[in-house]
Design a protein around this ligand. Structure first.
Ligand code: ZN
Ligand code: ZN
Length: 612
């Protein structure tokens, strides 16, 4: 509901605008900002999931506003949209399993309910004899808990069969340890490290979902695992088990004790040929990017301005109906539209408001207005932008980001990434004289929002934030809960910062912030390597999106763009391998790292530090 008093003031403001067409009153800005948030967060836009029709409607709306204020597509471009592709998931394209028993004709299994590729499987064909490796679990020695399903088993060039989950009858403590290594990605990696060519997963009769195939999961950080892997139904597995002469239930019961010395076994007299077909679903997301060209020529006509661009940006995508991860909705709200009014219609509206303000003001630098998509899936849009920038990023003086700025409470505004330039604290203090917020400055630029992409690209940057709340990532993050009066003030403060950046001949000097906490990797990991994985990458190996200043990776000479292919003797084909390989490292103990740089294979030694 609209506040009736605001509507009356809105009418007065319109009259004022007629009198002074180049000045906007605070009330006019406020009502326009409210319209931006209400529109972007409306049901019609269905939560603005990257690549969805709702995202396209939101982009159309933003483009309409950009055109209205006279913003232009970037130099050399005709469109405001900057598309990027990403892997939105995978589906089975017809996986088959052929069983051949000595002296019998082959049996072929197909159909998604019978044999289905695992989402990370290579799309390839393999064949060989079979080894049943129990639960396929390997606990790294560093955990001081000896459990290795492959101890004493030769699986080289074989197809391994593993049970899904982890031993059902193990005691609480054992389960807690084993559960960490029960992820099928980790099981696949363990099998591959031991030379297996393929992996088949079955869900034992004593486990939940007995006899069912494993659903293909949503996975944006997808890359092949270097292994052909599929799950089988109980029916498809029955002939294999029959060849072993044992009962699956009895075998599972032995493994279920959690006793690490229960050994797996080869199944003689039968071979399998597995042809896995995985279709990785590529989708397109759209950043929306425009600019307001500089209106004034250089201060000194003979000198070029130090860095002619300033950028403001916000992600406009959100979680859709929350079905692809990231949602914190309760079961009673499952599948509902996640409106994302604060996250991040508020930031998008702020970027529009800054553009609106500067569209009628003199500009000594070009002002870039950016609306990112794919943020909720892992900063995909801003990453795509900085990895293929439309102009050299060393000509960008600064980037200001807005993510969740609509819930100012008690006049408090948090500004993060202030450590990226020595200039920021003073500049913010000056701009805040008019705005009058109680500012909380945080130096750390390693934030889970698009500012991270720019920090990694060595651009001086800031991100504005008004704090987490009850409705964060839930359907209830709606437009009626936004504090519009203060949201407009956030835009005014930021405009003050932009004004100073525009007018100063010198651009902020970028400072690399030392950081003691990994942003990637698993929660609870005790180890610190200082690597920043590029989650959107599809290369074989781990592409570094950056390294943390002063961290072990930087000390080892690793840098953004390097692709780690081996660490501590473990081959790395993707982010999951890497995360798991980290479990093998010890704090203070140097580990060999093999990486690719510019097509050349290089080696270094990285010494992990303790995580603070
Ligand atoms: Zn956000
Ligand atoms: Zn979010």
């Amino acid at each position: 509901m609209r506040n009736p008093l605001r509507l009356v003031l809105g009418a007065a403001a319109t009259a004022l605008l007629v009198a002074t067409p180049h000045a906007q009153t605070a009330t006019a800005v406020q009502s326009r900002t409210r319209i931006h948030v209400e529109t972007l967060a409306s049901d019609k836009f269905e939560g603005r999931l990257t690549g969805s029709p709702g995202e396209k409607l939101a982009a159309d709306y933003i483009i309409g506003e950009l055109k209205r204020m006279g913003a232009k597509p970037l130099p050399g471009m005709t469109d405001f949209r900057m598309p990027f592709t990403f892997t939105a998931g995978s589906k089975d394209g017809g996986t088959t399993l052929t069983l051949t028993r000595t002296g019998a004709s082959p049996q072929i299994f197909s159909g998604a309910a019978t044999v289905q590729a695992l989402s990370f499987s290579d799309s390839a064909e393999t064949s060989g004899s079979i080894v049943f490796a129990g639960y396929g679990l390997v606990v790294p020695e560093t955990q001081n808990f000896g459990y290795d399903s492959y101890a004493g088993l030769d699986v080289k060039d074989k197809i391994v069969i593993v049970l899904r989950y982890f031993p059902e009858d193990a005691d609480q403590n054992t389960r807690a340890i084993l559960a960490r290594y029960a992820d099928l990605r980790y099981k696949a990696q363990a099998a591959r490290q031991r030379g297996a060519k393929g992996m088949l997963v079955i869900t034992g009769p004593r486990s939940p979902n007995a006899g069912a195939v494993v659903p293909m999961s949503f996975d944006t950080a997808i890359a092949g695992s270097g292994l052909v892997a599929a799950s089988l139904s109980g029916d498809a597995f029955a002939p294999i088990m029959a060849a072993s002469g044992k009962s699956l239930e009895a075998v599972q019961k032995e493994f279920d004790s959690g006793n690490p010395h229960v050994a797996g076994f080869a199944i003689p007299g039968i071979t399998v040929a597995l042809k896995a077909t995985v279709i990785r679903q590529q989708q397109t997301g759209n950043n929306v990017v425009a600019y307001l060209p500089a209106t004034e020529v250089r201060l000194k006509p003979d000198a070029t301005l130090d860095k002619p661009w300033v950028a403001v940006g916000a992600h406009y995508d959100h979680l859709g109906r929350g079905t692809t991860g990231g949602s914190l909705a309760g079961t009673d709200e499952a599948n509902q539209i996640h409106h994302g009014a604060d996250d991040n219609a508020s930031g998008s509206a702020t970027v529009l408001a800054i553009g609106e303000a500067f569209s009628t003001q003199p500009r000594k630098r070009n002002l870039l207005l950016a609306f990112w998509s794919g943020e909720e899936l892992g900063l995909l849009g801003s990453n795509a932008f900085v990895s293929k920038p439309p102009f050299a990023l060393d000509t960008l003086a600064a980037y200001l980001n807005f993510d969740m700025v609509g819930r100012v409470a008690d006049n408090k505004l948090t500004v993060q990434a202030t450590g990226t330039s020595a200039m920021w604290p003073k500049l913010l203090e000056q701009a805040n004289i008019v705005a009058g917020f109680d500012l909380v400055l945080q130096e750390d630029p390693y934030q889970p929002t698009d500012v991270g992409s720019f920090n990694t690209a060595s651009v001086a940057c800031l991100t504005f934030f008004t704090g987490a709340h009850q409705e964060y990532h839930k359907p209830g993050d709606t437009a009626d809960k936004i504090n519009y009066e203060d949201l407009v003030r956030v835009g005014e403060l930021a405009s003050g910062v932009v004004r100073r950046l525009m007018d100063s001949a010198e651009a902020p000097q970028f400072t690399k912030v030392e950081q003691k906490t990994d942003t990637g990797g698993r929660a609870g990991l005790r180890l610190f390597t200082g690597t920043i994985p590029d989650y959107a990458s599809e290369v074989k190996g781990l592409l570094l999106g950056g390294v943390i200043g002063g961290g072990p990776a930087e000390l080892a000479g690793l840098a953004k763009g390097d692709v780690i292919v081996e660490i501590a003797g473990q081959s790395i084909t993707n982010i999951y391998d890497y995360t798991y390989a980290l479990e093998l490292l010890k704090i203070g103990q140097p580990a060999k790292v093999v990486y690719m740089r510019g097509g050349e294979r290089k080696e270094t030694t990285l010494t992990p530090a303790a995580r603070k």
